[in-house]
Ligand binder design. Sequence first.
Ligand SMILES: Nc1nc2c(ncn2[C@@H]2O[C@H](COP(=O)(O)OP(=O)(O)O)[C@@H](O)[C@H]2O)c(=O)[nH]1
Ligand SMILES: [Mg+2]
Length: 350
Amino acid sequence: MSIINYASREIQFKIVYYGPDLCGKTTNLQYIHQRINPQNRGDLISLATASDRTLFFDFLPLNAVVIKGFVTKFQLYTVPGQVIYNATRQLVLRSVDGVIFVADSQWEKMEENVESFKNLGDNLAQQNISIDDVPLVLEYNKRDLPNIAPINYMEYVLNNRKKRLQSFEVISSTGQNVFAALNAVSQILLHKFSKQKDIPQGPPLPVAIPVEPPVAQTHFLKKSEAELTVVIDRGGNVISQSGDMSAMDVTVIAALAAGSFAATRELARRIGELEFNALYHQGNGSHMFMNSVDDDTIMNTVFGTCTNVGLVRFYSASAAQRIATILTTLRHSTHTVAFQPSAAPVFADR
Ligand SMILES: Nc1nc2c(ncn2[C@@H]2O[C@H](COP(=O)(O)OP(=O)(O)O)[C@@H](O)[C@H]2O)c(=O)[nH]1
Ligand SMILES: [Mg+2]
């Protein structure tokens, strides 16, 4: 679900690279990271194990100028492909705006491709998103390898549907069609976004943030003497922020914090809790406190030596309640941004 932030004049979209283990998702992000203008990207964050497999997710923030008067941020994520990590895939898919399904073209991977595609449909359905509605394109990757299935076979197996998806012959290790696929899904989601106001019963409208961070948030920061606080949705998007942001990349913190909060939720379930509604990470001089705001939102606070976790915890509870009320009101009001999507590619390969 896209987020419009009127304060920073940003619109955020989330694009997820989905597919079986080792199909080339991380390689796509690495290529984009290398080749896009550095001014238009942040760091590539990979939560990977030593054996080079994505354990959690990869994350690459990009920005583009496609909507007049707004910076458009595209958050690119990959999911871990291994079958056992379904909880992580569900977390990464939260509030997704577009999907690039990466299939491995090798014959012996066809069953894994099909299973992963079905898993994508199931996980989207859990969020009440139909696979037919989400902006989605297909990559047939590793076209340079000798033991690959012909394109018409891959189309038959993965793209045999009423409304065909756009598909691309990709070699992500050399970059062939990596940007083409990214641009295609970006165009589809921008068109969908531009029409959002016309949809009578479409997906929930984006949460739009007023010009200032909610008073409850700035008040909390002052009272608790914390350094900064960021309200994020559980998909990792920044909703509002308050405090000194100069020292850190809030976009990255939001993505990682949402992941961390969701991971510990699984821990909570193991001991019979629905979730831990607060988390505390203790450092040497700087600490982080996270608490739940509502079902879709968490608040992430960074604080130093001038305060303590007790105070932060104390004030965060009432702040969270007030912010939850504001968000409920905002979700029920209509906010859209009028624009005409252009046909020009959103991202350029240098
Ligand atoms: N030959 C070839 N190898 C590729 C291609 N894309 C990825 N790979 C390799 O496949 C392996 C798995 O890629 P990775 O991006 O880590 O897969 P992920 O598990 O989907 O993130 C790595 O060794 C990549 O170098 C491709 O287009 N051609
Ligand atoms: Mg990976």
